[in-house]
Design a protein around this ligand. Structure first.
Ligand SMILES: O=C(O)CCC(=O)C(=O)O
Ligand SMILES: [Fe+2]
Length: 197
């Protein structure tokens, strides 16, 4: 057992933004149990989105929990209530961040063919400098950050139990996403905690 396991977020250098990383968020339940329960207990949806006037099925499953509806890519997600497990995770994330959240978007990447296109979480209801806390369970995936103007690209391995927090001007200046892979990858669930105004 690692007696000196870090329990605090550590800043990660980022031009024109702010990013911090905690390799393992302290939790009461083992990561594997959280993953299994999130997969089994979540009301997963395969949503269609409209891109350039055409309907597409998103390459992953999603669920939106919180107090308010959320609209992105022409999609309006009505909120489901927080389950006891989601509340427990929210409290653990809030303790690590020193910040409150009222919503969470869950993304289920079933295998290496699931992905998320490059985007910024910059919808008006997130406010000018959104704090987005992203918690991952299951298979490791590479999180790609790309600066909109300089095209500087950073790659961050998001592992089982890892928390990252994007804040400041990150959403104004950077895009982020998760690529598909040609290598077999097991299931992963990512939760992005947000504050909707
Ligand atoms: O799965 C991830 O790590 C990224 C999720 C994300 O960017 C989002 O939910 O907006
Ligand atoms: Fe995002």
């Amino acid at each position: 057992m690692d007696l000196f396991q870090e329990t605090r977020l550590t800043p990660f250098p980022l031009d024109d933004g702010a990013l911090s990383v905690l390799p393992q968020l302290p939790l009461r339940l083992p990561n594997a149990e959280v993953l299994a329960r999130l997969i089994a207990e979540t009301d997963w949806r395969a949503e269609s989105i409209t891109l350039w006037g055409k309907q597409h099925l998103q390459p992953r499953l999603t669920a939106w929990h919180g107090e308010a509806a959320y609209t992105y890519s022409g999609l309006r997600l009505a909120p489901l209530p927080f389950s006891p497990l989601l509340l427990e995770l929210k409290h653990a994330v809030e303790a690590a961040c020193g910040q409150r959240f009222n919503s969470v978007l869950l993304n289920y990447y079933r295998n290496e063919r699931d992905s998320m296109g490059m985007h910024s979480d910059d919808e008006a209801e997130l406010g000018a400098q959104p704090v987005i806390a992203s918690l991952s369970f299951g298979a490791s995936r590479t999180f790609i950050l790309r600066h909109k103007r300089t095209k500087q690209t950073l790659k961050l391995g998001l592992n089982d139990g890892t928390l990252i927090v994007m804040s400041g001007n990150t959403q104004t200046h950077w895009q982020h996403g998760i690529n598909k892979s040609t290598r077999a990858i097991g299931p992963r669930v990512n939760l992005t905690f947000r504050y909707i105004y």
